[in-house]
Design a protein around this ligand. Structure first.
Ligand code: NAP
Length: 270
């Protein structure tokens, strides 16, 4: 199976599916999930300083060819600031046992400090510590503000996005500005798994509820980051490249948007 690859605005490439690693804090559970993911064909892993598992990912990666993997980490909110971001990023590299990450993100649009933190990321990219740099949880307002201070714009914006939280204006803005959107919590954190429209479309395609949720994201052109520590689900979430939702399915799913946030919201961050 070949995973689709999306080209970023800096010329680098990102696999369209990655394994989410939030709330994966137990080493043996982490190792089992990583092994299952490699077996299922995942090459892309989404970590963060705040997840407290960069060290597990670093150890697990040692049995793989580094250049075959796509590794993301994120600067934690409490590590924002020019010096702090740079200093703690070096600690991340140490934990990850690598001399570069493929993608480094600012985790949240922290007021005031986000500007200097972005300048630190630009410096890290220049010196080779991160192949690509981006942001997470940025609204249109935060992205638009970046045009005043950024030398390079982010390659991605990683945000909560799923069938029940579709954010069409943000998607339109990112498409117009050549910023790839990564969908986090693409399963809505498994909090709303009983929508009848999703279930009916799943039955029609003989796929699972989760696979329909993920396939919708793929067909919207998003990078999807489902999290699971369960090997059968890790495999299931990868089996989304052998079928297609038709125009009517997409239309029905688009009608399910209801602004459901399952994670933190950046909407009111000045
Ligand atoms: N940048 C940010 O601020 C931010 C915020 C949130 C998330 N993220 C990233 O996005 C990733 C995914 O988001 P998420 O962890 O919030 O939620 P998610 O991927 O939407 O949902 C994860 C939940 O769904 C369950 N699940 C996974 N596959 C399933 C399947 N096939 N059928 C039924 N249930 C299934 C998992 O259970 P088991 O694990 O028990 O299998 C887990 O409880 C995170 O891990 C993280 O990498 C980023």
């Amino acid at each position: 199976m070949t995973i689709p690859i999306i080209k970023l605005n800096d010329g680098n490439r990102i696999p369209q599916i990655g394994l989410g690693l939030w709330q994966n804090k137990d080493k043996s559970e982490f190792d089992a999930a990583f092994t299952a993911a490699i077996k299922a064909g995942y090459t892309h892993f989404d970590s963060a300083q705040a997840y407290d598992n960069e060290q597990f990912l670093g150890a697990a990666m040692q049995n793989q060819k580094r250049e075959d993997l796509f590794v993301t980490t994120k600067i934690a909110v409490e590590h924002f600031g020019y010096n702090n971001a740079q200093k703690t990023f070096q600690q991340s590299l140490k934990k990850l046992q690598t001399d570069y990450v493929d993608l480094l993100l600012l985790h949240f649009p922290v007021p005031i400090l986000r500007k200097k933190s972005w300048l630190a990321l630009e410096e890290i990219k220049k010196t080779g510590g991160a192949k690509s740099i981006g942001v997470s949880n940025y609204t249109v307002k935060h992205l638009e503000e970046m045009k005043q201070y950024a030398s390079v714009m982010p390659v991605v914006n990683q945000v909560e996005l799923h069938v029940f939280l579709q954010q069409p204006e943000l998607l339109e803005y990112c498409a117009a500005n050549n910023i790839v959107v990564e969908a986090y919590s693409p399963l809505a954190h498994a909090k709303d798994m009983d929508n009848q429209v999703v279930a009916d479309i799943a039955a029609k395609h003989q796929k699972s509820y989760a696979q329909i949720m993920l396939r919708w994201c793929l067909q919207k052109g998003l990078v999807v980051l489902p999290k699971s520590v369960t090997s059968s689900r890790i495999q299931e979430n990868m089996n989304i490249f052998d079928f297609e939702l038709d125009a009517e399915d997409m239309q029905q799913l688009t009608a399910q948007d209801r602004d459901l946030r399952t994670c933190w919201s950046p909407v009111h961050v000045p």
